[in-house]
Design a protein around this ligand. Sequence first.
Ligand code: IMP
Ligand code: MG
Length: 179
Amino acid sequence: MNSITLHDKTFVPFISYSDLMAATDKVSERLNAAHREDKKPPILLCVLNGAIMYTAELMKRLDFQCELMTIKLSSYSGTSSTGHINIVYDIASDIRGRDVIICEDIIDTGATIKFLRNHLKEKGADKIEICTMLFKPDIYKEDIKIDYAAMEIPPRFIVGFGLDYDELGRNLKDIYVLK
Ligand code: IMP
Ligand code: MG
């Protein structure tokens, strides 16, 4: 894998697609074990745009019945979190009394996940779980438990596999880190 340039910045290879898939296999086994006996199908909530690729990879490994829903949030600008979360578009269906598995690309400060969890509670969700592809534990400030994290990474800015730098890089199959 070679380094790549997006806008004004150079990124170098960081996590290979195959390592990411091995970690996704493990998370899906844990999810399957936890949800196989569910009485009501949980909602897999894909947080757009970043979690789109990870949600797709995860979904095809799940062996319990589940529904897919989406929400679009924004908080990041360039390479840092603004802390101000906007709902670009909301979940289209009624989620009252439903169990929700939030599917995120990455958890950084935790501001987004805290906002989203409160939002889902206000909408009447029952049990809420958090499933993220990547987690930056050194930056995380909240006390909300992260139920499933495929991989933990150091506090560096990354792109690829859904994650962007000012909208570029989402299509990369592997994950790259800012040089
Ligand atoms: P938080 O609210 O600080 O936890 O940030 C969460 C959101 O910021 C994620 O859902 C991503 O969309 C974005 N984000 C956080 N870290 C990165 C990164 O390293 N690269 C690209 N986007 C990131
Ligand atoms: Mg995101």
